[in-house]
Design a protein around this ligand. Structure first.
Ligand code: NAD
Length: 423
């Protein structure tokens, strides 16, 4: 899905964006045709019917998708999204992006993604619980702690993961490693909720250092003030940045001197809507992308930065909290203008890294401390950033191109070693 705005819409769909980034890497690496063909399409796609009894007695039938892109490096891993714009192409795009992401940060996982087309805020907790259980019943045969492990994404969180885990326990037996992002009381790990936002802040700091940009005092704009965006804003503020604008699906708020972030976070987490009494200017989601700032964090939906608006972006550094927020058309403009982009498959990999820590803890029946989780996350992301940064200098390409080259190389090597052509 991508956002509409006052200007022309995106020049590429999310699937076209992901496919283009992969094809360019495959081409530059000189990947043989047979490998290229295998990696160009998903291994398996499931579309399932999920009938859900509504609180009022009526029945709604939702469509659930699960796409498993590549299992070359291990079990499929990827989130489950509840959002009105979910469709099969979007899930295909996100599943492939997960393959490159897990390979890039050196996790023993392949890539997968799931989604249900629904408007979360139209449903009660009871309806969401019935929908989550229905998804597990519909997809259970292709899932498993050693086969495919789901996690939260847009519109889902710890509660949905708990229901999915419980439904799996009823069907198959107790196996907490079937999903990650669970509540801590049910075997979830500490640090998972904050992990993606923390990863955005860590990679922003690494990139800023290489650019000679001081994060302390830098103006930051965050589009999407959900799980990823709100935590990214908080961690960047901890590094001394000034968060000047944030938004949600209904629009954004702006203050050139910096927003009262603690108050915004308090209201957001208490479910308070509106900005009564706050000294802020209301802006649209499209306007906020063109605000004067040093760092822009798109952390909502795909395709928001495209050839039609990239020249208006004033940030020097873009750190992609969301998946596929930048189209290849915008990438060309950013390269010409010297805007650095930390690509999604690195910038938002904190979530899947800590999901991996949760899976490991579940399989071993142990619990890590918050310090261990955060230290290991920092270590992995910093190492991955270093590898990509050096590759981008060596090959004279963008961080995105370098990241895809490293990821595609690793997955292709695993496929070769498995003997993919002799099945
Ligand atoms: P979320 O549901 O917690 O928050 C999403 C935010 O985006 C909300 O503020 C919502 O109001 C806003 N939003 C939704 N549609 C919008 C639109 N059309 N225009 C502007 N804003 C809109 O979701 P999240 O978990 O924070 O995920 C955000 C992005 O980060 C997604 O692209 C997701 O795939 C990606 N991501 C999430 C994780 C994770 O761990 N949650 C990990 C990696 C990547």
């Amino acid at each position: 899905m991508w956002m509409s705005g006052a200007t022309a819409g995106p020049d590429y769909t999310e699937l076209e964006t992901v496919t283009t980034n992969y094809r360019m890497a495959a081409e530059d690496l000189g990947l043989p045709d047979d490998l290229r063909t295998v990696l160009a399409q998903p291994y398996r796609e499931v579309t399932a019917q999920v009938p859900v009894r509504m609180d009022g007695g009526g029945l709604r039938v939702f469509t659930a998708y699960r796409v498993q892109h590549s299992g070359a490096l291990g079990p499929f891993k990827g989130g489950l999204r509840f959002h009105p714009m979910v469709d099969l192409d979007e899930v295909r795009a996100l599943a492939a992006a997960m393959t490159w992401k897990t390979a890039l940060v050196d996790l023993p996982f392949g890539g997968g993604k799931g989604g249900v087309t629904l408007v979360r805020r139209d449903h009660s907790d009871a309806e969401l619980q019935r929908a989550s259980r229905g998804v597990m019943r519909a997809l259970q045969k292709v899932l498993g702690p050693q086969r495919d492990i789901m996690a939260p994404d847009m519109g889902t969180g710890p509660a949905e993961m708990a229901w999915l885990m419980d439904e799996y326990a009823r069907l198959v037996g107790h196996a907490p490693a079937i999903v990650t992002g669970k509540p801590e009381a049910l075997g979830g790990t500490c640090g998972r909720v904050e992990a993606t936002g923390l990863g955005v802040a860590i990679t922003a700091r690494e990139a800023a250092r290489e650019m000679g940009l001081d994060v302390a005092g830098a103006r930051v704009v965050v589009q999407g003030f959900g799980n990823v965006g709100s935590h990214a804003a908080e961690f960047l503020a901890d590094l001394g940045a000034r968060v000047v604008a944030v938004s949600d699906v209904d629009g954004g708020v702006y203050h050139p001197e910096g927003l009262d972030l603690p108050e915004l976070l308090r209201r957001c987490r208490a479910g308070i809507t509106g900005h009564h009494g706050m000294d802020v200017e209301r802006i649209t989601n499209e306007e906020m992308l063109a605000l004067p700032c040093e760092i822009l964090v798109p952390a909502a939906v795909g395709g928001v930065l495209h050839a039609g608006n990239a020249d208006r972006v004033r940030a020097r550094l873009i750190v992609e909290g969301a998946n596929t927020p930048t189209t290849p058309g915008a990438d060309v403009v950013f390269a010409e203008r010297g805007v650095t982009v930390v690509p999604d498959i690195l910038a938002n990999a904190g979530g899947v890294i800590v999901s991996y820590f949760e899976w490991v803890q579940n399989l071993q029946n142990v619990r890590w401390t918050r310090r261990k989780v955060d230290d290991e996350l920092r270590e992995r992301l910093t190492r991955a950033f270093g590898i990509i940064h050096r590759r981008s200098l060596h090959d004279s390409v963008s961080l995105r191109d370098a990241a895809h080259r490293v990821a595609v190389e690793r997955v292709a090597a695993a496929l070769r070693l498995r003997g993919f052509d002799l099945f």
